[in-house]
Design a protein around this ligand. Structure first.
Ligand code: NAD
Ligand code: IPM
Ligand code: MN
Length: 368
């Protein structure tokens, strides 16, 4: 079969620890499903700032552009928090998303079997949660004009929230398509009572909706959505929203599942070169201790198998293996209850690899 080229960016904080577990699982996928991957490591984030003075070195960017997919763990940390914007680790992510034109960020949040009591919310509230946040990723306030000026009476800062209807339409269409393959319910989240960009957003959603009469659409204001996600989370199917609202709401959805250490993401454009990374960050508070939950990273690798390579069977096997490990009661520290014994990052990865054995490839499906 063909060799898939994967750019591997472990990044900062817990990044290298969780990346190692995802690679272990991918090597198991090679053995078990006969696929083959070529992993190329590259610097990004704070480590790259320290070594070459650039969070996204040219070499890393061109590697990613030439790869079939990018796996990124996390970037950032207190060490670089006071750096000027262009020397901040986060710039690596923004640069990659923008240059690879990855406008569609898929962030699924699912309550897994065995984790019914892991959320800080009541079991009866989180029961049945299975939603997907479709976050716009290359526009909005993240990428609009910014400035700092010194006025007579003090300093002033500006960030600009801009959306072109073309940018709104492509993400909204993607969300409708995805909703069509799920429970056919789409919640568009905006702040149309205040923001002009949201009024444009809403009108585009209504126009595109005419092409998807089979999908039920609702508009919800972002403040209300933040509340409804806690009140009746299982009612949501697909949520489509702009960049910053999606960033904030997806961290909120993490807590419906028990931990942000469980949430993967896929960032996609028009082509198939996607970027796959956990929703969480570099978790500086627990970095270097071997206790981080690698599930989000491993599940991001599964999303890569599905969305970039079309290896559905292998993707499903990885997802089932993660679910099995959790259903069997294994918990990293973020999920373990008080007094409950926790497994470390590495042990969790080993358990997933072992659990993969239960999901052998279907002999009827020819391998590539
Ligand atoms: P964070 O997501 O890194 O951590 C928030 C909390 O969740 C922390 O208590 C952390 O320990 C915990 N947590 C996160 N991932 C975990 C995991 N896999 N297992 C167990 N616990 C986990 O958010 P933050 O602290 O606000 O940000 C830290 C740094 O990460 C910042 O520099 C931020 O810019 C950066 N960041 C990077 C990304 C990314 O690279 N994709 C995403 C978000 C934040
Ligand atoms: C995320 C992160 C990033 C974002 C930061 C680190 C740039 O929080 O991927 O959710 O805000 O998009
Ligand atoms: Mn975020």
């Amino acid at each position: 079969g063909t060799v898939k080229k994967i750019a591997v960016l472990p990044g900062d904080g817990i990044g290298p620890e969780i990346m190692e577990e995802a690679l272990k699982v991918l090597r198991k996928v090679e053995d078990q499903f006969g696929h083959s991957f070529q992993f190329t490591f590259a610097m990004a984030g704070g480590g790259a700032v320290d070594r070459v003075g650039n969070p996204l070195p040219e070499e890393t960017l061109s590697l990613c552009q030439q790869s079939d997919a990018v796996l990124l763990a996390a970037v950032g940390g207190p060490k670089w928090d006071n750096n000027p914007p262009e020397l901040r680790p986060e710039q690596a992510l923004l640069g990659l998303r923008k240059s690879l034109k990855l406008f569609a960020n898929l962030r699924p949040a699912v309550l897994f079997e065995g984790l019914e009591n892991a959320s800080t919310l009541k079991q009866e509230v989180v029961k049945g949660v299975d939603l997907l946040v479709v976050r716009e990723l290359t526009g909005g306030i993240y990428f609009g004009e910014k400035k700092r000026e010194q006025l007579e009476d003090g300093e002033q800062a500006t960030d600009t929230l801009v959306y072109h209807e073309r940018e709104v339409e492509r993400i909204v269409r993607r969300a409708f398509e995805i909703a069509r393959g799920r429970r056919k319910m789409l919640t568009s989240v905006d702040k149309a009572n205040i923001l002009e960009s949201s009024r444009l957003w809403r009108s585009v959603v209504n126009r595109v909706a005419l092409d998807y009469p089979d999908v039920q659409v609702e508009h919800v204001l972002v403040d209300n959505c933040a509340m409804q996600l806690i009140r009746r989370p299982a009612d949501f199917d697909v949520i489509v929203t702009e960049n910053m609202f999606g960033d904030i709401l997806s961290d909120e959805t993490a807590m419906l599942t028990g931990s942000i250490g469980l949430l993967p993401s896929a960032s996609l454009g028009e082509g198939t070169t996607g970027l796959y990374e956990p929703v969480h960050g570099s978790a500086p508070d627990i970095a270097g201790q071997g206790v981080a939950n690698p599930a989000a990273m491993i599940l991001s690798a599964a999303m890569m198998l599905r969305h970039s390579f079309g290896y559905e069977e292998a993707a499903t096997a990885v997802e089932k293996a993660v679910r099995k490990v959790l259903a069997d009661g294994h918990r990293t520290a973020d999920l373990a209850g008080p007094g409950e014994l926790a497994v470390g990052t590495e042990e969790f990865g080993d358990l997933v690899v072992e659990a993969m054995n239960a999901f052998e490839p279907d002999p009827k499906v020819p391998m590539e």
